[in-house]
Design a protein around this ligand. Structure first.
Ligand code: HEC
Length: 190
């Protein structure tokens, strides 16, 4: 077990989860402490240097999720998100409000991988400048997925179909910053 000092890295007294209730804020604070305790010293040092604003943003993102895994990786979560995305589109295309809305909500409340998001984003991206862009990708994907759930739930598939593209743009935008081409081999000459 890591010391409490290490576990408390992420959480400074003044950082709260924005509009969340104080009960919610303490739940999120506890989660972030757990996640920090799982990180290597190298990542812990990067996280420690993040500004209160960035930490607040990370807490906000966590507080909008209530599914946490203690074993699956971000890559596995992403494959599940892709399945939910495809199911959401199928619901829109077949005029099925229940499938579209439920799948969109599953995207918005996707599982958080073991250790949180930060361990998977690349150590070179763990700084205030790079992490600031998470907010807009989060809004594009999760914000628009919630909007899609609302309009699809009312049976308005025309409005829902317009939001599909906004969600896809959020996926692709985030990949352009935080992910390279999947599956590149080290055994091909450059
Ligand atoms: C917060 C940024 C972010 C957003 C938003 C995001 N992704 Fe990802 N995605 C990643 C990262 C980072 C990886 C690489 C994870 C790894 O390999 O450890 C990834 C990987 C993936 C993979 C796996 C590729 C492989 O290597 O097997 C799929 C599939 C995927 N994302 C689908 C989606 C879909 C669909 C959406 C939108 C509904 C989405 N992602 C939104 C950051 C994001």
């Amino acid at each position: 077990m890591l010391s409490m000092g290490a576990a408390l890295l992420l959480v400074t007294g003044s950082v709260t989860a924005g509009k969340a209730s104080s009960e919610d804020a303490s739940r999120v604070r506890q989660l972030m402490q757990q996640q920090a305790g799982m990180m290597t010293p190298e990542l812990q040092a990067k996280v420690k240097d993040l500004s209160p604003d960035t930490k607040r943003l990370l807490m906000q993102i966590l507080s909008s999720h209530d599914r946490y895994s203690d074993r699956v990786t971000l890559r596995q979560v992403m494959h599940e998100v892709l399945s939910d995305y495809q199911s959401m589109v199928a619901g829109v295309m077949t005029d099925n409000p229940e499938q579209a809305a439920d799948s969109a909500i599953r995207i918005a409340n996707h599982r958080i991988p073991v250790g949180g998001l930060l361990p998977y984003l690349g150590i070179e991206n763990i700084n205030d400048e790079r992490l600031a862009v998470l907010e807009s990708f989060n809004d594009s994907v999760e914000g628009n997925a919630r909007k899609l759930a609302a309009v699809a739930g009312k049976g308005d598939m025309t409005a829902a179909s317009r939001l599909v593209g906004d969600i896809a743009a959020g996926c692709v935008g985030c990949h352009a910053v935080f992910r390279g081409q999947p599956g590149v081999s080290a055994y091909l000459k450059k």
